[in-house]
Design a protein around this ligand. Structure first.
Ligand code: SF4
Ligand code: SF4
Ligand code: SF4
Length: 293
């Protein structure tokens, strides 16, 4: 029974309204689960008489109606299935990500691999505040990264090769931001309106728009819930390794400086946002920093 109590005290096991039951939330980074693991979860849910499975907003599956007295054997079964007990307390919780470059035509980065790497380094780390991390592979931001404590967006800045544009206007039609116009027979980009989605690059029938290289915009301090808030842009970098290192640095920074009982979004000044940004910029190799707009 001591083992059951210890498991119940961890994040990822939630006492229900009827306290003789608990809900177990699983750890599924980026919400990606194999058919075999999904069948395994269904088998575990059936074996322990769950009324159903529940898809969560953080791309995990949770199993309600579990008997707290059987937590030890259920935890072992979930471990064996590759879908261990997850988290939901003040800790690094399930990392979410959109499908990314392997499937989405708009994607600029491999969001799922990045989510898995961040998960492997940081998942479940106990924190003074809950840390939700979300990744979107383009500025369409399908997973709402700017509304998470740490958000990552994959972007590409377009570069037009001077003198070769035919002025066909295709890129103008594709740009949803009105950032491109045709002047004197050639396309002209307004950087102040460009979201760096990369769509125009893929649209040019003459392949005249080039990529300045993909990069990752990292924001912190967003949140959903009662008082939603958009996170503040922190830094942009060029490699997934730099992203993972920076996210780990942010987590350590917040661990040392944030107060418990308040959301991260309410204490960005207290944790010295500007100093955090300066230290990250000093720490990152200059070749990894993206200095565009
Ligand atoms: S955020 Fe962009 S890349 Fe990701 S699923 Fe949405 S449209 Fe596709
Ligand atoms: S990158 Fe996106 S927002 Fe920027 S000009 Fe191209 S289509 Fe428009
Ligand atoms: S789609 Fe290409 S060729 Fe046509 S206006 Fe745009 S940059 Fe020029």
């Amino acid at each position: 029974m001591a083992r059951e109590i210890a498991i119940h005290m961890r994040g990822g096991v939630i006492t229900e309204r009827d306290p003789q039951y608990c809900t177990i939330r699983t750890r599924i980074p980026a919400g990606v689960i194999s058919p075999r693991m999904l069948r395994g979860l269904a088998d575990i849910a059936e074996k322990y008489q769950a009324p159903h499975l529940h898809l969560t907003t953080r791309q995990t599956l949770e199993i309600p109606g579990m008997d707290p007295g059987k937590l030890g054997e259920i935890a072992a079964a979930l471990d064996g299935n590759g879908t261990p007990i997850g988290s939901e307390r003040d800790e690094v919780v399930n990392v979410t990500a959109c499908p990314g470059i392997s499937r989405c035509i708009f994607a600029n980065i491999d969001s799922i691999s990045l989510a898995r790497e961040i998960d492997s380094r940081l998942f479940g780390r106990e924190m003074p505040v809950k840390i939700r991390i979300s990744i979107s592979a383009c500025p369409n931001a399908c997973t709402s990264p700017l509304l998470n404590e740490i958000g990552i967006v994959g972007r590409i800045a377009p570069v037009r090769t001077p003198g070769v544009c035919t002025g066909c206007g295709t890129c103008v039609e594709y740009c949803k931001e009105g950032a491109i116009s045709i002047k004197k027979g050639v396309s002209v980009l307004d950087p102040s309106r460009c979201m760096q989605c990369g769509t125009c690059i893929r649209s040019c029938p003459f392949n005249l728009l080039k990529s300045a290289g993909e990069h990752y915009l990292i924001s912190i301090g967003g949140r959903r819930g009662r008082h939603p808030r958009v996170g503040r842009e922190l830094v942009a970098v060029r490699t997934p390794k730099a992203v993972v290192d920076i996210v780990e640095f942010i987590v350590q920074w917040v661990y040392r400086r944030a107060w418990s009982g308040r959301l991260l979004s309410e204490q960005l000044e207290d944790i010295q946002f500007e100093r955090l940004r300066d230290e990250i910029r000093e720490k990152v190799a200059p070749s990894d920093l993206y200095e565009g707009n």
